[in-house]
Design a protein around this ligand. Sequence first.
Ligand SMILES: [Zn+2]
Length: 351
Amino acid sequence: MSKKILTALCLTGLLLHAEETRPKNIILFIGDGMGIAQVTAGKIAKGTLEMERCPVAGLASTWSADHLTTDSAAAATALATGTKTDNGMLSLNPEGQRLKTVLEIAEDQKKSTGLVCNCAVTHATPAGFATHVPSRQQYVEIARQLADSDVDVLFGGGLAYFSPSNAPSCLPQLQNKMPLATTAEEFYALGTPEKAAALLYPEHPPHVAERTVSLKELTQKAIEILVQDEDGFFLMVEGSQIDWAGHKNDAANIISEVIDFDDAVGVGLDFAEKNGRTLVIITADHETGGFAVIDGTLAEKTVSQTGFIHKKHTASMVPVFAEGPASSRFSGIMDNTDIGKTMIELIQTSE
Ligand SMILES: [Zn+2]
């Protein structure tokens, strides 16, 4: 083989390698309150989890700037911006200065962006990616900032916060930019516009058995819309209610919410495997309940005995799974801010 051909081959290899390590799209799945025991319980009940398709696994510490045990607002800020803040704050640093989020940086790169959750879209985790407020309780202000943002896909609940009784409605502003579905029928009739919002409940959606549109269906539709952008996309999908079941020390609901979340993860991984240029990251914002699995049967897929430490969050590390270009960056032990920093670096260098 001539030296020239060898050099050409090496260069092609380098180029291929460079491309492989730079995702065009990122899908971040956050299981709120999903610690290792929650994943374990889901696996026992489901048999095999979609998450297990990820070749890369790691652990992330979740402490916030002012507490060893984080809340969802500080954790969302860490994941979205790569910077720690105080509990309760959304994408502002502890001094109140605005922090740019991975979603906003993706928009700067002309990528499309989406937020999908099974809580009100004004709740801490989705809000942390596109709004900046000192208190996560400022739902009406969060709705106003979301309506004002460049988010292209906004799926969840929380319609009431967009047209509150005590403040001007920001729904017209949202609807000027994109079609809005407020019922399951309207959601299924959305088609694939360039942007879309679905605020399917006045506040939070009910628990899994009563939800009219599944997280899996929301995720599928979000990907169908976002993939139309040839510049790529960033999508955050939250399984919001694993945490709420943890707060109630309700093992059965933890399991059904983890399985529901995992079904949505499967849609993301199916897309990533076909697409080849999509990084999928699955993690949690914190663990809830100090949950443990004590007994059950693999053959019958049952979890018969569980335990909880208390009804709040814990400081335990959370699992991280990844698949796709640059997924190896998410192996080993990291901090939640490392996940944010790495996503931002990858989005900034993405073509
Ligand atoms: Zn919680």
